[in-house]
Design a protein around this ligand. Structure first.
Ligand SMILES: NC(=O)c1ccc[n+]([C@@H]2O[C@H](COP(=O)([O-])OP(=O)(O)OC[C@H]3O[C@@H](n4cnc5c(N)ncnc54)[C@H](OP(=O)(O)O)[C@@H]3O)[C@@H](O)[C@H]2O)c1
Length: 335
């Protein structure tokens, strides 16, 4: 089922990007993937082992600090998926983002993401790539006045408010989204912005088991309390990583798709998430129960998400599949 179209995935070695690569290969596309070092032997073999990769995946070295480094990967591509802006949590000298002053927070956290993103968009424009699917984050969905039910239209963070509150790592996402939209409007490009949250599911590179979400589950699976000694009153949004990848592909394949799309299945209180985790993990991993009732979880309107036509796994299924996969001891033969 070969597909003549070539898709560029910027950030192919990332948690999100590698799953987009896998999903695109499974649909028969040719894929040009980027990472900073395409020869990195700790990453490359896992991508090249994906079904279809030997025939249809080419990896390129590209750094967002240098626009023309993306040119080769974008040559002949029908669309670019941009998932190469992991959040920056520290300033240049290692100072935590929240401790930076306004100027340093902007210069060292927000500006590099904005400029790096524009470097990728300028390369796409140079190579006449007219469709962009950009990965953002729910950290761009916190408006100054809270809303009862979040939609992609009303849940828009205000960068100035966030920066004035020292939330530079969150502000970088809405600044990136705004710059991307302005660029695409000016250049006649179709832009979809996918907004994920915590994602679970099988990972393609072992390094991804060290990311915050997977690190939590790996620890729980071993009976360790990782994040919480006591169950928090708050909530967490969740989705299956493969469903997120499917949303990216759907936003590309649906010719009238544009704008923001939540890539969240739902938000649950931690109390209820831990009740699910407890079905799969040893009791020693569980935090102390919550005293009293949890806070109301974030509520979403998923009309736009569902317009992409992807059936997403519910939270119990996602959690069960995550633990089932871990119990197969993935990567153990390679390490
Ligand atoms: N992971 C989550 O739980 C989560 C949740 C919500 C939203 N998101 C969003 O999803 C997006 C992708 O995150 P992720 O978790 O997939 O990140 P990740 O696993 O850290 O992957 C980041 C990717 O970007 C590449 N990259 C990093 N710095 C680069 C640079 N300077 N130039 C070019 N490429 C660079 C990395 O490649 P190399 O390191 O190999 O060069 C890698 O392919 C981000 O926008 C993030 O905010 C993630």
């Amino acid at each position: 089922m070969n597909n003549p179209k070539t898709l560029c995935v910027a950030g192919a070695s990332g948690l999100v990007g590698s799953n987009i690569v896998k999903a695109a290969l499974a649909k028969g596309y040719r894929v040009n993937g980027t990472m900073r070092d395409a020869e990195d032997e700790s990453k490359r073999p896992y991508l090249m082992a994906l079904p279809g990769a030997a025939e249809r995946l080419t990896l390129f070295s590209a750094d967002t600090a240098q626009s023309d480094s993306f040119d080769a990967a974008l040559e002949g591509a029908d669309a670019v998926f941009i998932a190469c802006f992991p959040p920056i949590y520290k300033g240049k000298d290692g100072t935590p983002a929240k401790d930076l002053d306004r100027q340093r927070g902007y210069d060292e956290i927000v500006k590099p993401v904005k400029e790096g993103c524009m470097n990728v968009f300028e390369a796409a424009a140079r190579k006449n790539v007219k469709t962009v699917i950009l990965c953002s984050s729910t950290s761009s969905t916190n408006p100054p006045e809270p809303v009862a039910v979040k939609t992609e239209e009303n849940a828009v963070s205000d960068a100035e408010v966030q920066m004035n509150a020292g939330k530079f790592t969150a502000a970088e996402k809405i600044v990136m989204e705004t710059a991307a939209k302005d660029f695409c409007d000016a250049h006649g490009m179709r832009l979809s912005i996918i907004i994920p949250t915590m994602m679970l599911g099988p990972v393609i590179l072992p390094q991804h088991l060290e990311g915050d979400s997977h690190h939590l589950i790996v620890g729980l699976n071993k009976g360790e309390q990782v994040l919480h000694k006591e169950t928090p009153a708050g909530s967490m949004s969740l989705s299956h990583i493969e469903d997120v990848a499917a949303l990216f592909l759907a936003a590309y394949e649906k010719p009238d798709a544009s704008g923001r799309y939540f890539a969240v299945y739902d938000s649950w209180p931690w109390r209820d998430l831990y009740a699910e985790f407890a079905k799969h993990a040893p009791a020693s991993a569980m935090p102390q129960p919550l005293e009293g009732e949890p806070e109301e979880p974030t509520r979403f309107d998923f009309t736009r998400r569902d317009s992409l036509g992807v059936t997403m796994r519910d939270i119990p299924t996602t959690i069960a599949q995550m633990f089932d996969w871990l119990k197969t001891e993935p990567f153990s033969t390679r390490h």
